[in-house]
Design a protein around this ligand. Structure first.
Ligand SMILES: [Fe+2]
Length: 484
């Protein structure tokens, strides 16, 4: 029984795997209630160990290699010993293996994909040194065919741009992405000239180290948020497209996997989906560093992992009265569902979700009154998989985890779940889904003829997702909405 660990980084998480079966996977922030928490939490470890006793630990990166990079970057402390840290958490007596950061990302993607072979693209801010890698994957394993290294990092460029317009880096990149659709990429060339020594697809090199931000080198009007965001997003997309083209030429596979924190950019993923260059694309629900607790095990065992769904965390066991849920929704009420096992990944997929009827013009304002988030951002649709093609332009990929922004065929009917560019971050729900959301959607369809609901995460802006029963009760009483 292997325990994979991501900690002392950001978004600490653990994952317990027995053979090819994931027994538990959860995030520290859900327990500590501190967003992006870097530390393991005793309740997280207790919950995890209820599913089995680990016999070996796998750590998500190579500590000495990371220490060298931190020394080079002038960061302190240079080195934190994972063994000492794990001893403090009662895990000091277990053998430990360290795996490379980007290899763990790539393994997480490939060994959960069900693909016999694939091109794997990893883009994040920084691993130990790697910032972009491309891998050829097949039954013989993973082979790195390309890498770009610190400080040349598209992830750091995007995070620095996020910070430049007053948002939180490493957390609010998704807001910049959403804002981009409102602007025009008027600063693209200026940003390329300013920040790139070499602009040459995968081999692009930065002029400056953007680890601590870009403002000192920035002369464009960052108050012009929408156009600035559109320009940053365009540069990011060009870079990702160039990686896809590189992978297509270098790797003899028609399957593509995208992982690393940058794989959460669903607007870019949607455009790659539209290109139809690859037959199939797989983006796991937790492609960023929080998913490395699973990725480290995948790399260590080099065996396929049976990944059927993302409901792998804390279990809220209770009966949900589905008729009552449908009655509330049918009366135009906003409700929440906290039931079953918490999602592994940043998005609520029906087990810790706020739900509403997606039809009509005023839904967005009513849900925003609860969520207290930016008014320009749309919510996501959650839909019975067998009806998804009627409402959205889909290819043959897995849309179960909200990883692609796709064209909505009926934006007139569902303005709350459609972005200004006509896309929706759709989540499909299959017949074999273990989530309570499947019977809720079925009952909603039977009652109304509409196969979809509005879905947004059960949290307030800036807070972690609800985890347990106590969090759910707090959420209900503070926001005055019924929780099932
Ligand atoms: Fe990473």
């Amino acid at each position: 029984m292997l325990l994979g660990i991501n900690a002392l980084n950001h978004d600490a998480s653990v994952c317990l795997v027995n053979g090819s079966e994931i027994k538990f996977a959860g995030h520290a922030e859900r327990y500590s209630r501190r967003k992006n928490d870097r530390d393991l939490h005793h309740k997280l470890l207790n919950d995890c160990c209820n599913y089995g006793t680990p016999t070996k630990l796998v750590w998500f990166e190579k500590p000495f290699s990371k220490a060298m990079r931190r020394w080079y970057a002038g960061e302190t402390p240079i080195f934190q010993n994972p063994k000492n840290y794990l001893r403090e958490h009662g895990l000091g007596n277990l053998p430990i293996t360290y795996v490379p950061h980007h290899a763990a990302h790539a393994a997480m993607g490939f060994y959960t994909s069900n693909f016999p072979d694939a091109a794997v693209i990893v883009v994040d801010a920084i691993g130990e040194w790697d910032t972009t890698t491309v891998w050829s994957a097949d039954s013989t394993g993973l082979k790195c065919v390309f890498k770009n290294t610190y400080p040349n990092s598209m992830g750091l460029f995007y995070s620095a741009a996020t910070q430049a317009i007053g948002l939180k880096p490493n957390e609010e990149e998704y807001i910049l992405m959403g804002m981009a659709a409102f602007g025009k990429p008027t600063y693209t060339q200026l940003l390329k000239d300013r920040f790139f020594k070499v602009w040459d697809g995968p081999r692009s090199k930065l002029k400056h180290n953007l680890h601590r931000g870009m403002k000192q080198w920035l002369t464009v009007q960052t108050e012009d948020h929408a156009n600035f965001a559109a320009s940053v997003q365009q540069i990011f997309e060009e870079y990702l497209f160039s990686l896809c083209a590189y992978a297509q030429v270098r790797i003899p596979s028609k399957n593509l996997i995208i992982v690393g924190g940058s794989a959460l950019n669903c607007a870019t993923n949607g455009r790659i989906d539209q290109l139809k260059v690859f037959d199939r694309i797989w983006i796991p629900p937790n492609p960023g560093d929080a998913g490395l607790s699973l990725g480290s095990i995948a790399y260590h065992t080099k065996q396929p992992i049976n990944f059927e769904h993302a409901y792998l965390g804390y279990n809220i066991r209770k009966h949900v009265d589905i008729n009552s849920v449908i009655d509330y929704l049918n009366q135009n009420q906003v409700i929440a569902v906290a039931n079953g096992r918490a999602e592994f990944g940043p998005r609520a997929l029906g087990n810790r979700s706020i739900l509403a009827d997606p039809r009509g013009p005023d839904v967005k304002d009513r849900v925003n009154a609860v969520k207290k988030r930016e008014l320009f951002r749309p919510f996501a649709p959650i839909i019975l998989a067998e009806h998804a093609d009627e409402y959205f332009e889909l290819n043959h990929n897995c849309y179960d985890y909200m990883q692609f922004a796709v064209k909505c065929r009926r934006p007139d009917l569902f303005p709350a779940i459609v972005h200004v560019d006509g896309t929706s971050r759709v989540q499909t729900v299959n017949k074999d889904s273990p989530s309570i959301i499947r019977p809720i959607l079925e009952a909603w369809y039977e009652k109304t003829g509409c196969p979809m609901l509005l879905n947004t995460s059960m949290n307030i802006k800036g807070e972690p997702l609800v985890n347990d029963e106590w969090d759910a009760r707090q959420f209900s009483s503070l926001n005055k909405i019924p929780v099932f």
